[in-house]
Design a protein around this ligand. Structure first.
Ligand code: ZN
Length: 188
């Protein structure tokens, strides 16, 4: 089932997600719906806040992207097909501070809007899957960027918060459109 994605600046996007403590069928069904919603929107990541729920759960699927990146999951290097789409619960992101790279990010809650964001290229992510099993993923490139972007969502942080003032000024006019639509949808 596809869920409704909320757009900037719906208040749900600013809520810090509660830690997930129950790994039951309802949680896994919600995660399945998140994956279906992400695929329907042709995104590579989606956080629970973006469908109006403030919990520490996001999903990611980078099988279709062309970018090169590397990863090590629980000390092995399984093919992407074996662990994607990923359900990432209660993530803790530990960045490798250098190098930091600039990349033009988009976000399903900001349709059509892109802007440069600087982030560390490599991270270690400690998380649980939909069954509560703990994992450690070390990765770089677009996978590391995607997980940093999604983990930010889980804490109510948006990519615009990480943009340089000049980047933000350049997209300021574009931000008015989703703001207005969200305001009008709230009234309807
Ligand atoms: Zn996003």
């Amino acid at each position: 089932m596809s869920l409704q994605i909320v757009h900037f600046n719906d208040p749900a996007l600013r809520k810090k997600g509660a830690k997930v403590t129950r790994f039951d069928a309802a949680l896994r069904s919600f995660a399945d719906d998140m994956v279906a919603t992400m695929h329907a929107a042709a995104g590579i990541g989606l956080a629970a806040q973006q469908v109006g729920r403030a919990i520490q759960l996001c999903v990611a699927d980078l099988r279709a992207v062309e970018n090169e990146f590397s990863w090590e999951l629980d000390g092995a290097r399984p093919p992407l097909e074996l662990f994607m789409p990923m359900v990432v619960v209660n993530p803790e992101v530990i960045p490798v501070p250098q190098p930091e790279l600039v990349y033009e990010e988009g976000c399903l809650s900001f349709p059509g809007i892109r802007g440069d964001v600087t982030r560390p290229d490599e991270v270690t992510v400690k998380f649980q899957d939909g069954h509560g099993t703990p994992h450690v993923l070390r990765c770089n490139g677009l996978l590391a960027r995607c997980l940093q972007h999604e983990a930010d969502h889980l804490n109510g942080v948006l990519f615009i918060d990480r943009m340089e003032p000049a980047t933000l000024a350049a997209i300021d006019a574009e931000l008015k459109a989703p703001k207005k639509r969200t305001r009008e949808a709230a009234k309807a």
